[in-house]
Design a protein around this ligand. Structure first.
Ligand code: NAP
Ligand code: 8YV
Length: 328
């Protein structure tokens, strides 16, 4: 098949979903380097690269790398969260950034509900009990002290995924409140102007906010204290938003009841202290990780690049570069 834009060089630094690699390779002059590192850029690459397709979260893309590519027009990042891409800097350089929203929303919300049920009803521990032969040997698994019945959920980050989680919680008969920087217009759920007030009003805090400086460690000892001893904390957003030491302490001393985590501060490293805690359910960042959804994310990475170089239009630009106009 003829390439659409054989004269446009698109760089893929480091790892990227195979389907995105195949599609970018099929449409452009694709060049790969081992990692995001300006030292790996030859003078020809510095001159020629007009697009970057990056795995975002896995390969942080900083200002120095962006500055090393003077003819860069677009960074197509894999994932809806783009905290690992310096999008603000890209904007000042006239470089567009795209992410992969919407196509993963329902999958991540499904995972959040699975994590919530596993955490509250201890299903992973109950299964481990069966597999260890303890059901037959010792009798029934103990009744769980926690239940979803009567729970009040607080969603920290009522955006696309937060809203999809809320729809599912409604079907479970769970009450819903939320905190964002601004209330969502026309949304009937109760809004709290601060995270601490939200945590104080609910017993189940579900965090689905983006990472970055504004949310760094905002879920901390104060928030766990406000959530209280029946409190369940679920994090499907970003690990950086949590003070992990404070979380371990809160789980150990009963400040909160349990936590379910899909994301961590220093992935794939998970603190041993968390692994050792029986009241923490831990997943290896699998929120969107089905073949179906990851393929859709990969397609959106490639489609943004193709749309840009074919029509100077972006399918899913991030807000920081929305004001950027196309380079001639
Ligand atoms: P979104 O639609 O942009 O929603 C983000 C929400 O967070 C918005 O409602 C926003 O409201 C709120 N928010 C942002 N910054 C805030 C702050 N400083 N304080 C309070 N609220 C804040 O994004 P999304 O598509 O739902 O995705 C959300 C995040 O989920 C992603 O950024 C990513 O980090 C994470 N994620 C994780 C997985 C996984 O596999 N675990 C998968 C996909 C996404 P305001 O602007 O009004 O504050
Ligand atoms: C992916 C995510 O796991 O989209 C996001 O923000 O966190 C996940 O969907 C991540 O992007 C993988 O690189």
């Amino acid at each position: 098949m003829n390439q659409l834009h054989p004269s446009v060089t698109v760089l893929v630094p480091g790892r990227l979903h195979e389907r995105a690699v195949t599609r970018v390779d099929g449409a452009f002059n694709m060049v790969r380097i081992d990692r995001v590192d300006p030292a790996l850029l030859t003078p020809e690459l510095r001159r020629d690269v007009r697009g970057v397709a990056a795995s975002g979260f896995l390969e942080p893309l900083d200002a120095a790398f962006i500055d090393a590519l003077p003819n860069l027009e677009i960074i197509a990042s894999f994932g809806v969260g783009y905290d690992a891409v310096d999008a603000a800097h890209a904007g000042t350089r006239g470089v567009m950034v795209t992410n992969t929203p919407d196509v993963l929303t329902e999958e991540v919300a499904d995972t959040a509900l699975g994590l919530l049920i596993n955490t509250v009803r201890e299903l992973p521990r109950a299964e481990a009990y069966l597999r260890a032969g303890r059901w037959a040997r010792e009798g029934n698994y103990p009744f769980t002290p926690a239940t979803l019945r009567g729970r009040r959920a607080g969603i920290f980050g009522m955006g696309r995924i937060g809203m999809a989680i809320a729809r599912r919680l409604e079907a479970f008969g769970i009450s819903i409140a939320y905190h964002n920087r601004r209330p969502v217009e026309g949304l009937a759920y109760e809004y709290y102007p601060s995270l601490e007030e939200l945590a104080g009003a609910v017993d189940t805090l579900i965090s689905v906010v983006p990472g970055g400086a504004a949310t760094e460690k905002v879920v901390n000892a104060k928030i766990f204290k406000a959530l209280g001893p029946d409190g369940v904390f679920i994090n499907i957003g970003r690990g950086s938003t949590v003070d992990e030491e404070a979380l371990v302490a809160a789980l150990r001393d009963g400040t909160i009841h349990a936590a379910g985590l899909d994301v961590f501060v220093d992935e794939p490293q998970v603190p041993q202290a968390l692994i050792d805690l029986p009241n923490a359910v831990l997943l290896p960042h699998v929120g969107s990780a089905s073949v179906h959804t990851r393929n859709a994310m990969a397609d959106l990475v490639a489609d943004n690049l193709i749309s840009w170089f074919s029509e100077r239009k972006l399918l899913t630009p991030v807000s920081e570069t929305a004001h950027v106009s196309a380079k001639p």
